[in-house]
Design a protein around this ligand. Structure first.
Ligand code: CA
Ligand code: CA
Length: 307
């Protein structure tokens, strides 16, 4: 483990713990210069670590004997994922919390302020929060993404959080969730959804306007011409969408509320096949822009990607 002079980066696998490693930096070389502190020439030691799951991870030097600096790099690109000098104004130790996707390999650098060196402890934990709102409160610039939350205080589940609103859009427990569309129409919507943790796909159904409980039909993609359907709903991208295959209203790939079918569309034109008015549902062509259609009971669902 220990090296003298040139630091060989140690492999930590995907271990969590307090600490996961202890050592001393004084005999190491100065291989990194963290940007979050000024003119440090302190020696540093580094570790490779791979995220065991998707979610938040906290890296700290709590328990160290000197004024540390912590730097986190993407092991593949060397891009900085975060840097912290002082998480504590009394101990000058460091802490970083980042959201990582399962399998992401990072390089953790334990460095020192100025020329400081000494004994250190490196700790890695996977914090959980009660809700997406709690994540947002704890980490103000947390991005949209999957986080581990513990809404009941007894069981942790994965959640896809819309950090603009600080709400769950999708969780591993089936639930009714409220979002706001990211297109120009900026509509509040409600849906039922279920997140599959392994695939990062959120099944959505019963999608409708929050104010009127009607199918969303007035989206405006003008300001976001490249936005996909799921992106407009706040997700990363489209998964498997169920297209608008039924219609009863002239030229609109229409829906009928009494049918129980709900759709989402931002440019519902181009229903050239069987376009026209029907007294009953007829198979029509796909909408020009992809759309979600689903049933109220979830027997028909569309899927959006959360990563
Ligand atoms: Ca250094
Ligand atoms: Ca420090």
């Amino acid at each position: 483990m220990a090296e003298v002079g040139q630091a060989l980066t140690d492999e930590l696998g995907s271990v969590l713990g307090s600490p996961v490693a202890t050592n001393n930096t004084c005999a190491a070389l100065n291989e990194h210069t963290p940007a979050c502190t000024t003119q440090t020439t302190a020696p540093d030691r580094s570790y490779y670590w791979t995220a065991p799951s998707t979610g938040m991870f906290t890296f700290t030097t709590t328990g160290s004997a000197f004024d540390t600096v912590l730097l986190l790099l993407d092991a593949a690109t060397n891009a900085s994922l975060g840097c912290n000098d002082d998480a504590s104004s009394t101990t000058f130790q460091s802490s970083l919390t980042v959201n990582l996707t399962a399998g992401t390999r990072v390089k953790i650098v334990v460095d020192g302020y100025s020329t400081r060196c000494g004994d250190y402890a490196l700790n890695i934990s996977a914090p959980t929060f009660a809700s997406c709102a709690a994540v947002k409160a704890a980490i103000p610039n947390a991005p949209d993404g999957e986080y581990v939350i513990n809404p009941t205080g007894t069981r942790s589940i994965a959640a896809y959080c819309d950090m603009r609103l600080g709400v769950e859009l999708c969780t591993e427990d089936v639930g009714v969730h409220r979002g706001r569309t990211r297109d120009g129409s900026n509509l509040d919507y409600v849906m039922t959804s279920l997140l599959a943790r392994t695939t990062g796909l959120c099944s959505v159904w019963a999608l409708r306007g929050a104010s009127d409980n009607r199918p969303i039909s007035t989206l405006d993609a003008a300001g976001n011409p490249s936005m996909g359907t799921c992106q407009a709903l706040g997700f990363v991208s489209d998964g498997t969408l169920v297209y608008c295959d039924f219609g009863s209203e002239r030229g609109t790939c229409g829906y009928n509320v009494s049918s129980g079918y709900y759709r989402y569309g931002n440019g519902c034109t181009g229903c050239t096949m069987n376009d026209g008015f029907y007294t009953s549902y007829k198979l029509q062509g796909p909408m020009r822009i992809s759309s979600v259609i689903s049933s109220m009971d979830g027997s028909t669902r569309s899927r959006c990607r959360t990563r």
